[in-house]
Write a protein that binds this ligand. Structure first.
Ligand SMILES: CC1=C(CCC(=O)O)c2cc3nc(cc4[nH]c(cc5[nH]c(cc1n2)c(C)c5CCC(=O)O)c(CCC(=O)O)c4C)C(CCC(=O)O)=C3C
Ligand SMILES: [Fe+2]
Length: 375
């Protein structure tokens, strides 16, 4: 038996994710949930609905989260961490509010949240904090005492997140035909967001020039590219590119898009490309459709050999990283001094989002941050 791992004052972990449809009848209501009040053009919604229908109306994200939950429970049990793990989503069942209600009924008072988004941005951080505030408000309106909710820091540069992606890129390179392998370029991809959202991502002093969102991705891309060079002995040129753009065409979003990038690399005589989706924690629909379907078809049309590297998913190293992050944060809450674990040039990100971090276009209450209206 391992020694018990003390994570006082926390009494539960909540895996907080996006949610996705689990069959054809779920697709339209799911997209309505996602886009409520967001002003996404109807045309784009129809198109994205088609992506889901192409896969039987099933997003891989829920199953990925179920597997991650199992991996977390196994890792915790093997390391003496007796912490119940719950799961709730922003846009599909199990819904966050229902899960939090269950948690309160189970007597949980100090909840630590793991969001399935590794980087700073409104969509990947504050929007989840707004969802938490909404859920807490609902519980309070029902006469329940809301628990205290904290959010784990961004883990983009944690070795347990980066190392599985290094392996993935090395494997993807090995999967390319030998004659083009050493000349392959690496295209690190993430979700495009409006440039205005990128520029205001992270704490206010870091705003501008792509903000924390772009800087964090560049740091991860550089870490992976450096490690791949060490492992393979080949210096593969790399670039950070974007995918899954939505919104109105006249609003500028981060570019270049992966498909344009493949075209440009092909025209420049690059013999092969590895697409590495560092912006996604697991195989989401964006990975399955935008990369494995659309970008791969574009590459085939060009005659450009491509491979897509694996996402982290439920890698045991990631589960271990979550346990380490919980233990770190619990120690901080107990007033102990720790050295947080992080790779790269940026260092460990903040534990508590400061006021003005990743602001919304229209200010709304957000929990688990310095501006939280909850304790
Ligand atoms: C940064 C970021 C992440 C990564 C961080 C994180 O993981 O949280 C992410 C994840 C995800 N996004 C997802 C799905 C969608 N996102 C949309 C729309 C948007 N995403 C945005 C950004 C992000 N999104 C933005 C700025 C919009 C525009 C509208 C708005 O300002 O809100 C739309 C509407 C249609 C469309 O426009 O595509 C859908 C269906 C799914 C589920 C996939 C599945 O089912 O497997 C996941 C994991
Ligand atoms: Fe999205």
């Amino acid at each position: 038996m391992p020694d018990a791992l003390d994570v006082t004052p926390y009494d539960a972990l909540l895996l907080l994710s996006f949610g996705g449809p689990e069959g054809p009848d779920d697709v339209v209501p799911f997209l309505e949930n996602v886009t409520r009040g967001r002003g996404i053009p109807k045309e784009r919604l129809k198109e994205v609905g088609q992506h889901y229908f192409l896969f039987g109306g099933v997003s891989p994200i829920n199953e990925q989260n179920r597997v991650l939950l199992e991996a977390l429970r196994e890792d915790f049990a093997a390391h003496g961490l007796d912490l119940p793990v719950y799961w709730g989503n922003r846009n599909w069942a199990p819904y966050l509010t229902d899960t939090l209600r269950d948690m309160v009924r189970d007597g949980r008072r100090r909840v630590l949240v793991l969001a399935t988004s590794a980087y700073a941005s409104y969509s990947g951080c504050r929007q989840y904090r707004e969802n938490l505030a909404d859920a807490l408000a609902t519980l309070r309106a029902e006469g329940l005492e809301p628990p205290r909710v904290d959010k784990l820091r961004h883990y983009f540069n944690h070795p347990g997140f980066v190392e599985p992606m290094i392996d993935g890129v090395v494997e993807a390179l090995a999967g390319l035909p030998e004659d083009v392998r050493s000349g392959a370029h690496l295209a690190f991809t993430t979700h495009s967001i409006p440039i205005s959202a990128a520029d205001t991502s992270g704490p206010a002093p870091e705003h501008g020039d792509g903000g924390a969102y772009v800087r964090q991705h560049l740091d991860v891309a550089r870490l992976i590219a450096d490690a791949v060079r060490e492992r393979t002995g080949v210096d593969h040129p790399w670039q950070l590119v974007y995918q899954s753009r939505s919104g109105a065409p006249h609003i500028p979003w981060l570019e270049p898009d992966i498909c344009d990038h493949l075209e440009e690399r092909h025209a420049a005589g690059v013999p092969a490309v590895v697409m590495a989706p560092i912006g996604f924690v697991s195989d989401h629909m964006e990975v399955l459709y935008d990369l494995d379907t659309e970008a791969t078809a574009k590459a085939a049309e060009l005659g450009l050999p491509v491979r897509r590297s694996a996402t982290v998913g439920a890698d045991p190293r990631f589960a271990a990283a979550v346990r380490e992050l919980i233990a770190e944060r619990a120690a901080v809450e107990r007033g102990q001094r720790i050295t947080p674990c992080a790779l790269g040039a940026l260092g460990a990100d903040h534990d508590v989002c400061p006021v003005g971090c990743c602001p919304a276009r229209t200010a709304r209450p957000a929990a688990a941050g310095a501006d939280s209206p909850y304790a």
